[in-house]
Design a protein around this ligand. Structure first.
Ligand code: HQG
Length: 181
């Protein structure tokens, strides 16, 4: 598959597995899952046919591993990043003592005042390492990276989750746990 087609399918799947499944007549099950045959059928019916072999390639080779199959490859879901209200059934797990959030310069003033808010998604997204955080921030402008005192947050009762593709998630981060680096 060409890199273009890989990106094109990835974007189409993100749109419908994270944000607007109803646009192509899908409903996300508990956990965010969709039956693969229903997805392929819906794509075909909406002038975006995808072959199963292409879907497999996207799941395996998508740049951020955004999608997963269940064990039998009969269901697929986006690992994180949803705005669609669905329970992903993630279990809280202990994070490393520090995580990072990549953002952009224009948002910093508001973030330092109000903390990190999840905006349209289910969670605030945090990165394990600096290069990833810089990449995330760069999507929106001049990147700024914040260090998150996750250990202290855990000690104070905040729950952290990790998606199947290694993105760390938390409901919010109040300003006192943030430091610009
Ligand atoms: C900012 C991509 C002002 C926040 C990435 C971010 C990630 C505030 C934006 C995933 C704020 C939300 C998520 C506040 C937060 N005031 N701005 N109080 N609190 N913000 O896209 O973290 O390609 O929803 O800093 O790799 O940028 O989609 O979140 O700039 O993992 O797979 O509000 O999206 O992955 O933007 O990115 P987003 P994000 P995918």
């Amino acid at each position: 598959m060409t890199p273009n087609r890989l990106t094109q399918i990835g974007k189409y799947l993100s749109k419908h597995l994270r944000h607007q499944p109803e646009r192509i007549g899908l409903t996300l099950e508990m956990g965010g899952w969709v039956e693969v045959h229903q997805l392929l059928h819906a794509c075909r019916n909406h002038q975006f046919p995808i072959a199963f072999i292409e879907l497999e390639e996207v799941v395996n080779n998508n740049d951020k591993k955004r999608f997963s199959f269940n064990e039998t490859q009969t269901k697929i879901r986006a690992n994180q990043g949803h705005s669609y209200p669905v329970d992903l059934q993630l279990e809280p797990i202990e994070p490393p003592p520090i995580l990072y959030h990549g953002t952009h310069k224009k948002a910093i003033q508001s973030i330092l005042k109000n903390g990190l808010l999840k905006q349209s998604r289910h969670h605030v997204h945090l990165s394990l390492d600096l290069p990833t955080a810089i990449q995330v921030g760069q999507r929106r402008g001049k990147p700024v990276v914040l260090e998150i005192a996750t250990q202290t947050m855990c000690d104070r009762g905040y729950c952290f989750y990790r998606s199947d593709n290694g993105v760390w998630l938390v409901e919010s981060v109040p300003p006192e746990y943030l430091k610009i680096i």
